[in-house]
Design a protein. Structure first.
Length: 295
């Protein structure tokens, strides 16, 4: 019996570290990260299986700044070992810019403060988004510490809203040039969306349009950037990504611009095959990969 007991203890000692190290896939829904005008702002946290302290990707959904929900996010990143926090935030039907950016920054502060509770790496956070979400992700990423955009939402103002990497999928970057670059079809989409975002078209709200344009904030402290844009996009001019690429290059920053030939505005083509591999490689290099169980 003593021999059996000793063997059991030794076996437990061998197995326990692996069990502690391993992590089951988890979905934590409707976590309130802040209150805005007495209404809760929520996020969903998706934790990958078999990863200890995974890096965190904050996902910002698209929808012309006025639609979409946190339910819309690319699950492929979770399958590749990254924790993903998908956010809801005030849309332009609820409050004009910069409420959306201030909410997203509040979410990042919350996520950094709560990293120990949920199990991802607080020091390794990237932000990504598609379409209007790509614009907001880029804007948040290049405006750490900007007083006009940080806001006062949430209970963690002593934490940083900075990120260590940005991925923008076919997002806007310069609201003062976007209409001149747009096709007639694009104008039908962009003009009402910009009017809701800024309270007027950019030529009548130049200061606000400039504040909302990532290209105007780029400086040498900004994190690495990965851009994806289809060369057949009828809604978002590809020149918007070219402009942000140019601003990064001028500042001597790391930027990778992937033109997706034949692609329009969105679709699975951006989240599979070599595009997904490129995004995962970028994240592995900039915020690191999680330590998989048994590694």
């Amino acid at each position: 019996m003593k021999r059996i007991a000793v063997c059991s203890v030794l076996l437990a000692g061998l197995i326990a570290p692996h069990l502690v190290h391993a992590q089951m896939a988890r979905e934590l829904k409707d976590i309130t990260y802040a209150m805005a005008e007495a209404a809760p702002l929520g996020l969903d946290l998706h934790m990958p299986a078999g990863v200890s302290k995974p890096p965190l990707l904050v996902w910002v959904h698209g929808g012309a700044w006025s639609q979409g929900t946190k339910a819309n996010f690319p699950k492929e990143f979770v399958e590749r070992g990254f924790a993903v926090a998908s956010l809801d935030f005030r849309q332009t039907t609820q409050a004009p810019f910069p409420a959306n950016v201030q909410d997203i920054k509040a979410a990042i502060r919350f996520l950094r403060a709560k990293a120990g509770d949920y199990g991802y790496a607080a020091e390794r956070i990237a932000i990504a988004g598609a379409s209007s979400g790509g614009h907001l992700a880029a804007l948040v990423g290049v405006t750490n510490g900007n007083a006009a955009l940080e806001g006062k939402e949430g209970n963690y103002l002593n934490h940083s809203s900075s990120v260590q990497a940005i991925i923008s999928y076919f997002g806007a970057s310069d609201l003062n040039t976007i209409l001149a670059q747009s096709t007639p079809f694009g104008l039908k989409v962009r003009e009402p969306a910009l009017d809701r975002l800024l309270g007027a078209l950019p030529d009548r709200a130049k200061d606000l349009a400039t504040l909302a344009s990532p290209v105007t904030h780029v400086d040498r402290t900004d994190p690495p950037l990965l851009l994806f844009h289809g060369d057949q996009d009828p809604q978002m001019p590809i020149n918007q990504s070219h402009e942000l690429q140019g601003a990064y290059q001028k500042a001597g920053l790391e930027v990778d611009f992937q033109v997706v030939h034949g692609a329009a505005h969105g679709g699975d083509v951006f989240f599979n095959g070599e595009r997904l591999d490129r995004a995962v490689d970028f994240l592995n290099r900039t915020i690191g990969r999680g330590a998989r169980a048994g590694s």
